[in-house]
Design a protein around this ligand. Structure first.
Ligand SMILES: Cc1cc2nc3c(=O)[nH]c(=O)nc-3n(C[C@H](O)[C@H](O)[C@H](O)COP(=O)(O)OP(=O)(O)OC[C@H]3O[C@@H](n4cnc5c(N)ncnc54)[C@H](O)[C@@H]3O)c2cc1C
Length: 442
């Protein structure tokens, strides 16, 4: 804690209230999938020192942690105590601050809600250089509830106190195949009602190949499968009804392949097997592809422009899940890569991400590049899936490309509540505006 107090004092001394737009500088790679031109990103506020786990209370099952600490650091710190965050996003370099303001999910969201539902209090750096403590019951309760889906535009989390949950050393993943959408969804929904199951997730490739994986913590397992060097996780899952992982590998199971984005070819097979551990993660892979594409563009080579990213998460009330799934399968060809489905139930409705509380939602995620359809405008698939989702009363996360008028954006994401928060906490717009950040900058 002493280190945090000193880092905070230095930051406050350095921070000047100014009218320049501000963005943050950090050491780890961002998990946003929007690319603002560098000159529009604002001056960097260097928060990269705020990446420490501060103190763990094993009895209360809470952790005090700095805002830019990655989930890998957190899990490495808490797992030896038999504890992990209630929700741990699947990529190692996502930070507690980024996932809290950006809507973080995992396969146990049906039990614990989103990442931000595990937040107990946060020390937040405000646009005027103050640091305030926001919690559900103090004078900054509106800020506390407003953080989810604010993407740093209300303030930056320097320290968070979060809930932890008990964990065992291993996870057993049991997968069943289904041959139609309704049976697949019924199985997922039923699993969310079982006390025996800790994690529920669905993967599907087409309307005949749908898989539900129900997983639970275990003290011991008959074997441990290797998904870093030996197997590509999702292929192993679809091939074997029983998979056994260490808990850390389970939590970050999609990290080594950045879901399914590491190509299947002999050079990459060698890379999988022999690359130093520090390269076998999504942070390295994202930096690598970004630089590779920039270089190809500079050299005038093909830059993948016949493909477009379809990297999105949509959230719909469960009753709409079947129709949305069928729409996705009918309209989009992922060339053999899976869609991913997660059931979610949140205990409270955040003002800026107005899902209904205590209601089962269906999260559909797509994390890959798809071939562009002929004669269609850019981001065609994103646009049609977004429209379908919004028409069915759903909403989507804003970490990736979004195409909405300001009026529609305000209607979906509660513009009046956001305006009230900005008026109170950032009247000069120093930390930027959510619509500009989410829609205008990609
Ligand atoms: C391919 C892909 C896969 C994803 N998969 C998952 C997943 O499996 N599970 C999941 O939960 N999410 C997933 N996400 C979404 C991810 O959680 C969000 O993009 C999240 O906001 C990223 O956080 P970050 O720590 O990487 O922060 P960054 O990407 O660096 O920043 C994200 C936003 O948060 C703001 N921010 C960062 N730190 C702070 C802070 N301390 N205080 C306030 N604001 C801050 C930044 O200003 C920025 O607007 C995925 C995203 C992508 C692109």
């Amino acid at each position: 804690m002493q280190g945090f107090v000193e880092r905070k004092a230095k930051l406050i001394a350095d921070a000047k209230a100014n009218d320049e737009p501000v963005g943050i500088a950090k050491h780890t790679s961002s998990n946003l999938f929007r690319y603002a031109p560098a000159d529009r990103r604002g001056t960097g506020l260097d928060l990269s020192d705020f990446h420490h786990c501060l103190s763990l209370d094993a009895q209360a099952r809470t952790l005090d942690v700095e805002g830019l600490t990655t989930f890998e650091q957190i899990v490495d710190y808490t797992l030896p105590y038999g504890l992990v965050p209630r929700i741990t996003p699947e990529l190692k370099h996502i930070t507690i601050g980024g996932a809290t303001v950006g809507i973080g999910i995992e396969s146990n969201c049906f039990r614990y809600g989103f990442v931000h539902d595990g937040l107990i209090e946060a020390e937040v750096l405000m646009p005027d250089g103050r640091v305030v403590l926001a919690s559900a019951n103090n004078e900054y309760a509106d800020l506390f509830y407003g953080l989810p889906n604010s993407y740093g535009t209300l303030g930056y989390i320097l320290r968070a106190r979060i809930h932890l949950m008990p964990a065992q050393p291993y996870v057993h993943l049991a997968t069943r195949r289904f041959h139609d959408v309704d049976a697949f969804l019924d199985a997922m929904r039923a699993a969310t009602e079982s006390d025996e199951i800790d994690f529920v997730e669905g993967l599907f490739l087409d309307k005949d190949r749908l898989y539900v994986t129900c997983s639970r913590f275990c003290a011991s397992v008959p074997r441990v499968d290797d998904i870093v060097r030996e197997h590509v996780f999702y292929k192993l899952l679809l091939a074997r009804p029983d998979v056994y992982l260490t808990t850390k590998d389970y939590l970050f199971r999609y990290d080594p392949e950045w879901f399914w984005n590491l190509p299947e070819s002999w050079p990459y097979d060698l890379f999988r097997r022999y690359a130093p551990a520090r390269f076998r993660n999504s942070g390295f892979y994202k930096r690598y592809t970004t630089r590779k594409n920039a270089l190809r563009r500079r050299l005038g080579l093909r830059d993948g422009s016949d493909e477009e990213p379809l990297i999105q998460d949509w959230e719909l009330p469960w009753d709409e899940a079947a129709a949305f799934t069928r729409f996705a399968l009918r309209e989009v060809d992922l060339s053999g890569r899976p869609w991913i489905a997660t059931p979610i139930r949140t205990p409270r409705s955040p003002p800026l991400y107005p899902v209904r509380e205590n209601t089962l939602y269906y999260n559909l995620g797509c994390y890959c590049y798809v071939r562009k359809p002929g004669n269609k405008p850019p981001y065609w698939y994103t646009r049609i899936l977004d429209d379908e989702c919004f028409a069915r009363g759903g909403l989507k996360m804003l970490y990736s490309s979004t195409f909405l008028s300001r009026e529609k954006f305000d209607r979906i994401y509660n513009g009046p509540a956001y305006a009230a928060l900005k008026a109170r906490y950032d009247p000069n717009g120093v930390f930027g505006d959510l619509y500009s950040k989410a829609v205008l900058e990609p």
